[in-house]
Design a protein around this ligand. Structure first.
Ligand code: SAM
Length: 224
């Protein structure tokens, strides 16, 4: 496929899968037109890169559906001066979208193999404002906090306390909360004061589990 073909597929994805379904933020739509999703899928899956769904990646994980990436990014209301934390790097695709819109992005992945591949990809594509970490993202990244926005790309039983604490005043935390292997509700918490958070729901979603100290245990028990 030529670059022109791929740009055409990206435009179609934005128009049909995102704008028609209610994604309105012009900056988010533009970012989704620019990031080459075919570079973030597994070899052999490039022809499916602009289809309307999640795709398998290494370590038994997934690259999220484009619509969900757009929905979460829009809900996070990223600003050009923002410092962002993403939990669940996966392929690195959502981190690249955030890096188009914010000043800096720290993204953390529990599978070291995925973190290494994503870091290589993001560097090769020229994303110098994006740092990939390996570790348990339910603890956040205390050394880098506070964050203006935190995006969690895996579903937890509750909102991890550490992430709430690492949000700047005025900051937005977008996270799916609900069942281990069923549906979750996509929540946005906005930190109003040191101890007050507004909470809004953005509908039902289905994510892989958030595994960690303040998430689920590997067997689906609550570790938080
Ligand atoms: N944002 C990714 C992308 O654009 O490809 C998709 C992420 S995938 C749906 C969720 C990821 O969260 C998986 O790669 C999984 O290993 C990771 N994950 C789950 N629990 C985690 C944790 N506690 N800390 C960091 N990563 C975690």
């Amino acid at each position: 496929m030529t670059e022109t073909d791929l740009a055409h597929l990206r435009d179609r994805m934005v128009d049909i899968q995102l704008a028609r379904r209610g994604i309105r933020d012009r900056r988010v739509l533009d970012a989704m037109r620019q990031v080459p999703r075919e570079c973030f899928v597994e070899s052999g899956f490039e022809e499916f890169a602009y289809e309307d769904g999640a795709l398998p990646i290494a370590s038994g994980q997934t690259i999220s559906q484009p619509y969900i990436v757009a929905l979460m990014t829009e809900a996070a209301e990223l600003q050009p001066t923002d410092k962002v934390l993403e939990v669940g790097t996966g392929s690195g695709y959502a981190a690249a979208i955030a890096a188009q819109l914010a000043a800096s992005v720290h993204t953390i992945e529990r599978h070291d193999a995925l973190a290494k591949i994503a870091a290589r990809r993001l560097a090769a594509l020229g994303y110098r404002n994006c740092v990939v970490h390996t570790g348990d993202g339910t603890r956040g990244l205390p050394d880098e906090a506070p964050f203006d926005a935190i995006l969690v790309a895996a579903g937890g039983p509750t909102v991890p306390h550490a992430l709430k604490q690492q949000l700047a005043i005025g900051g937005r935390l977008v996270i799916p909360v609900g069942d281990f292997d069923g549906e979750q509700s996509l929540l946005r918490l906005t930190r109003r004061t040191v101890s007050d958070y507004d909470e809004e729901a953005f509908g039902a979603v289905r994510f892989v589990p958030l595994i960690g100290e303040q998430g689920w245990a590997e067997d689906g028990a609550r570790s938080a």
